[in-house]
Design a protein around this ligand. Structure first.
Ligand code: BGC
Length: 256
């Protein structure tokens, strides 16, 4: 299946976890890939090698996406790499655990700036590029089940993802005139570095699994499959939506 023949995608935060899985999945389906992270290291090197082994082109761009200027520049730089850009996957994100009454301004800024502000301005830059070049671009934002459901001790994270939900809905309306589609993917509990503490804590993990009807953690590949669908023409009539990839967690309630 070559759903992404002649397509080029930029995937932010793709050194590891869900971002890396998205990169490999899109490449497998014919896409050339621009990876991104704070720092280019052996993880990026390994991914580039894997993508090239699939016969696709790959590059890595460093950027700190908590800064609007850096987020905008990343798009310009990405276009310059292979001369074109069709798909933007805003995957980079951070979370910090703290009781609401202890959240510092520094952590609040880091979370909001990375999860919302950087995304806002990378989309803006991408949209300007698409408009100028008459490209029917598509954007996928890595949101979370916490754009919808509460997560005590993660107030800033929830606020950022709730903001991302409204941003996507709003932009779907505003950008349809340019044939630009934008959607969110909302992973539940996925086995990635962001969940390392949980994965290391057997008792807590068991409690989490009780809340997941499918009774397992998600895999990055589970999320990547939905990202690939949304990025492809199979989703030509899908915009402004959030797709949950959560094993049923979001709307599950059970009295144990
Ligand atoms: C968070 C994880 C959490 C999961 C389910 C994700 O958005 O990043 O830490 O386990 O939601 O609650």
């Amino acid at each position: 299946m070559d759903r992404f023949k002649n397509k080029i995608a930029l995937i932010t935060g793709s050194s590891q976890g869900i971002g890396a899985a998205c990169a490999l999945r899109l490449a497998k389906e014919g896409c050339d890939i621009i990876l991104n992270g704070h720092k280019f290291d052996e993880r990026g090197e390994k991914l580039i090698a894997e993508i090239k082994d699939m016969g696709r082109r790959a590059a890595f761009l460093e950027a700190d996406l908590s800064k609007a200027d850096a987020a905008k520049k990343l798009i310009t730089d990405a276009v310059a790499v292979f001369g074109h850009l069709d798909i933007l996957v805003n995957n980079a994100g951070v979370e910090k655990k703290a009781s609401f009454w202890e959240v510092t301004e520094e952590d609040y800024d880091l979370i909001m700036n990375t999860n919302l502000k950087g995304v806002f301005f990378s989309i803006q830059s991408f949209v300007n590029y698409c408009r100028k070049n008459k490209i029917a671009g598509t954007v996928i934002n890595m949101s979370s089940v916490h754009e919808e459901i509460a997560f005590p001790n993660f107030a800033a994270y929830c606020a950022s993802k709730g903001g991302l939900m409204m941003l996507t809905r709003n932009l779907a309306s505003e950008l349809a005139q340019f044939n630009i589609r934008i959607n969110n993917v909302a992973p539940g509990a996925v086995s990635t570095p962001i969940n390392q503490d949980l994965l290391n804590n057997k008792k807590q993990l068991e409690k989490v699994l009780q809340n997941i009807p499918l009774k397992r953690m998600g895999k990055p590949e589970d999320v990547a499959a939905v990202v690939a669908f949304l990025a492809s023409d199979d989703a030509a009539y899908v915009t402004g939506s959030t797709y949950y990839v959560d094993g049923g967690l979001t709307y599950h309630y059970e009295e144990q």
